[in-house]
Design a protein around this ligand. Structure first.
Ligand SMILES: [Zn+2]
Length: 97
């Protein structure tokens, strides 16, 4: 997957990295995610999610075993759909791009 380079990335500055997100409770793969800029991962923007293994259409983001990872929101500053992540519900690993 090619990293996206657009206004959202420029707004955050710095490097982007591709992460593999999985459920902390059961280890199920959730998706890949492009994280833009520095700082912790508190929300996942829907336009940065790739290869989802679960539905992104629902309000809740859950793993295939029903563990809750996030709640869909609209990030108001950018009018941009995202999942607000539940703390300590997920594991992230850097993927070689
Ligand atoms: Zn799980």
């Amino acid at each position: 997957m090619k990293l996206k380079n657009d206004k959202y990335k420029h707004a955050r500055g710095g490097a982007s990295r591709l992460l593999l997100i999985s459920c902390q409770k059961c280890g199920a793969k959730i998706c890949q995610y492009q994280k833009d800029g520095p700082g912790g991962l508190r929300r996942m923007y829907v336009d940065r999610i790739s290869e989802p293994a679960v539905s992104l259409a629902r309000k809740d983001l859950t793993c295939p075993n029903g563990h809750l990872l996030g709640i869909k929101i609209i990030y108001e500053k950018e009018d941009r759909p995202a999942f607000r992540l539940v703390a300590d519900s997920f594991v992230k690993k850097i993927v070689k791009a």
